[in-house]
Design a binder for this molecule. Structure first.
Ligand code: HEM
Ligand SMILES: *[C@@H]1O[C@H](CO)[C@@H](O)[C@H](O)[C@H]1NC(C)=O
Ligand SMILES: *[C@@H]1O[C@H](CO)[C@@H](O)[C@H](O)[C@H]1NC(C)=O
Ligand SMILES: *[C@@H]1O[C@H](CO)[C@@H](O)[C@H](O)[C@H]1NC(C)=O
Ligand SMILES: *[C@@H]1O[C@H](CO)[C@@H](O)[C@H](O)[C@H]1NC(C)=O
Length: 318
C-alpha cells in the first residue's frame, strides 16, 4: 500500500515539473554555490560587462519553455539553436563564463549540477556582486534535450516593444506589472547595440522622426554614438552607471534617458509609470521587487523531460 503510494508520488515528480528548493545540492554538491560565485567574481574582474551578459541569459532561458538551459545549446549540423533567435543573434554573449563555471563544478561533483541551475545562481551572483541585493535561489532544474528556436522567435520581446505589449506578454507568465518594471530594472547593468535603437533615433514607428520621449541632450549623445552609417554592433550603456546595480536606471527613465524603447516606454505609459517613479525614489523597494521578480522568473518550468548536461553547449550522448 505505502510502496504503491510512493510509486504514485514518484510518477508525479517525473511527469510534472521538478520541486525546486534552496538546499537541493546540499547532499550532492554542497559547495556548488560558492564555486559559481568564485568564477563570477573572476569574470567580473576580467570583463565587468560579462556578469550583466550572464544575467541576461536567465531572461532568454526562462521565457522560452521554462528555465532549462535551452538557450545555452550550440547549433548542430542538423538543429539550429536558440543562439540564432532574433533576440539572441549577435547579442547574447559570455557563454564562456558558463562553461568555466560548469568545468569547475564537474571537477568537484561530476554530473550533479544542471546548467539551468548554473544560470539561475550566476544571474543572482551578477546582481549581488555589482552592488545589488543578494538572495537565496531555489534549485533542482533539469536541462532540456533540445533548443526551442521557433518558440524563442515567437516569445522574446523586441526592443521596440511598448509597455502595453510588455504588460500582456509578462501576464502570460503570471508576472505582474510590478514584476515587469522591476525586472526591466536589471538593465541597471550592461549594454546594448546601436542596432537595437536605430529606429527610435531616426524613424520611430515609421514617422521619419525620433522618439519624442528622448531628452534632447541625451538624444544628441545617442546620435553621436549611433550615426545613421554606424557599425550597428557598436554598444552603449543601458543606464548612466552600467557597472553598478542600483536604481539609476529608473532615475534615467524619469529624465527621458532610457536607452531602449522598451525601457523608456515604461515611463511613457501610465500603467507602468507609477512603479518607475517609486523605484526611482526608493532603491530598497526596487531591490525587494527585483528579487521577487527574479525568483518568479526562475520558477518558470516546462513539463518536458530533462537531464543534467555534462557540457552546457551540447546534450549528453545517448
Ligand atoms: C522587458 C522586456 C525586455 C526587453 C524588451 C529586453 C531587451 C533587451 C535588449 C534588446 C538588450 C540589448 C540587446 C543588444 O542590443 O545586443 C538587452 C540587454 C540586456 N537585458 Fe534585457 N530585455 C528585457 C528584459 C530583461 C530581463 C527580465 C532581464 C533580466 C533577467 C534582462 C537583462 C538584460 C541585461 C543584463 C542586458 C545587458 C546584457 C549585456 O550587457 O550583454 N532584460 N535587453
Ligand atoms: C503597442 O504595441 C502593439 C504591438 O506592436 C501595437 O499593436 C499597439 O498599437 C501599441 N499600443 C500603443 C498604445 O501604442
Ligand atoms: C499561471 O497561473 C495559473 C493559475 O495558477 C496556472 O494555471 C498557469 O499554468 C500559470 N502559468 C505559467 C506560465 O506559469
Ligand atoms: C521610416 O519607416 C517607414 C515605415 O517603415 C518607411 O516607409 C520610411 O521610408 C522610413 N523613413 C525613413 C526616413 O527611413
Ligand atoms: C555584427 O557582427 C556580426 C559578426 O560578428 C555580423 O555578422 C553582423 O552582420 C554585424 N551586425 C550588424 C548589425 O552590423
Amino acid at each position: 500500500m505505502s510502496s504503491l503510494f510512493l510509486l504514485f508520488l514518484l510518477h508525479i515528480t517525473i511527469a510534472t515539473a521538478a520541486q525546486l528548493r534552496p538546499d537541493h545540492y546540499l547532499p550532492t554538491c554542497p559547495n556548488a554555490e560558492s564555486i559559481v560565485r568564485n568564477v563570477m567574481k573572476k569574470a567580473l574582474i576580467r570583463e565587468p560587462r560579462s556578469v550583466a551578459s550572464v544575467m541576461r541569459l536567465q531572461f532568454n532561458d526562462c521565457f522560452v519553455n521554462g528555465c532549462d538551459a535551452s538557450v545555452l545549446l550550440d547549433d548542430t549540423p542538423t538543429v539550429p539553436g536558440e543562439k540564432q533567435a532574433l533576440a539572441s543573434i549577435n547579442s547574447l554573449r559570455s557563454f564562456e563564463v558558463i562553461d568555466e563555471i560548469k568545468e569547475a563544478l564537474e571537477k568537484v561533483c561530476p554530473g550533479r549540477v544542471s546548467c539551468a541551475d548554473i544560470v539561475i545562481m550566476a544571474a543572482r551572483d551578477a546582481v549581488a556582486l555589482t552592488g545589488g541585493p543578494d538572495w537565496k535561489v531555489r534549485l533542482g532544474r533539469l536541462d532540456s534535450l533540445s533548443p526551442w528556436l521557433e518558440e524563442s522567435n515567437e516569445i522574446m520581446p523586441s526592443p521596440r516593444s511598448n509597455a502595453s505589449y510588455l504588460i500582456d506578454l509578462f501576464k502570460k507568465f503570471n508576472l505582474s506589472v510590478e514584476d515587469l518594471v522591476a525586472l526591466s530594472g536589471t538593465h541597471s547593468i550592461g549594454q546594448a547595440r546601436c542596432f537595437s535603437i536605430m529606429f527610435r533615433l531616426y524613424n520611430q514607428s515609421g514617422t521619419g522622426r525620433p522618439d519624442p520621449a528622448i531628452e534632447p541632450k541625451y538624444r544628441e549623445k545617442l546620435n553621436k554614438l549611433c550615426p545613421t552609417n554606424v557599425d550597428q554592433n557598436v554598444t552603449g550603456d543601458l543606464d548612466a552607471t552600467p557597472r553598478v546595480f542600483d536604481n539609476q536606471y529608473f532615475k534615467d527613465l524619469v529624465a527621458g534617458r532610457g536607452f531602449l524603447n522598451s525601457d523608456q516606454t515604461l515611463h511613457t505609459f501610465t500603467q507602468t509609470r507609477s512603479f518607475v517613479k517609486l523605484f526611482s525614489k526608493d532603491q530598497s523597494v526596487f531591490f525587494k521587487a527585483v528579487v521577487n521578480g527574479m525568483l518568479k522568473l526562475g520558477d518558470l518550468q516546462s513539463n518536458q523531460r530533462g537531464e543534467i548536461r555534462r557540457n552546457c553547449r551540447v546534450v549528453n550522448k545517448r
